[in-house]
Write a protein that binds this ligand. Sequence first.
Ligand code: FE2
Ligand code: FE2
Length: 283
Amino acid sequence: MKVWAISDLHLSYKENRALLLELPDFADDWLIVAGDIGEKLEYHRFAWQELSKHFAKIIWTPGNHDLWTMPHSTDGKGQHKYASLIKIAREYGVITPEDPFCKITIAEQTYCIVPLFTLYDYSFRPNDVPAAKALDWAHEARIYSNDENYLLSSPFSSVPNWARARFKIAEERLGALPPDLQLIVVTHYPLLSELCRLYRIPRYSIWCGSKITESWIKRYNISIAISGHMHMRATDYRLGVRFEEVSLGYPRDWRKGRPLKSYLRQILPADSSNITGATMWRP
Ligand SMILES: [Fe+2]
Ligand SMILES: [Fe+2]
């Protein structure tokens, strides 16, 4: 039995939907999906319909694209859209950030898988840029995000305010867990700003996470942190934590002819061929 992870399936692209249809069966294995399935509710139904055929259990957390409200969409916005995504996931038995955490024992070690719904608060920026100037700082370099148009935060007044509410919930849940229980934390955004690899567009970092989550590495017993969003597959080690960026991404981010199975990251048992240093996983 194994635990796998992937994120950023971006099923609005027909090439990505075709890739999903070719996935083989994984019997008793579990799958973690770290956000960005797609903008429409129908993509979520499609994902869960296909993935639930092949895996014994699926654990999911949303990404920014899942929460987008496209023009003329009737899928809802903000918290309402999130609630609709939760409802659809549950119809297929998928574990969401609103459900009790689940435990798994592999090689006599028990882990708790902790999917958390987090957002960004523009704090992944240099210290000398004030919070109120964060967007200006990105725009000065002609860096924009479609989140500003489509990620609607209602009933919260802004995405950072929604983010702060979610961080509070996440920290309460993390803090209630036994301190010796090994955790596999699943978020769409990287927990550390240094893992935002944005070589061409560094100021995009403000839409990629929050400094609030950086302290979680020391405060909670996290063994493995799984995330997506960067479309830059990687394995890193920091302070004894294994960080796995598990994106598939847009069609330009993966190699044609390679099956989706080859983009699933083995989380447990740990892949013994990759136990030290950082690995960038190329297409
Ligand atoms: Fe993505
Ligand atoms: Fe994303």
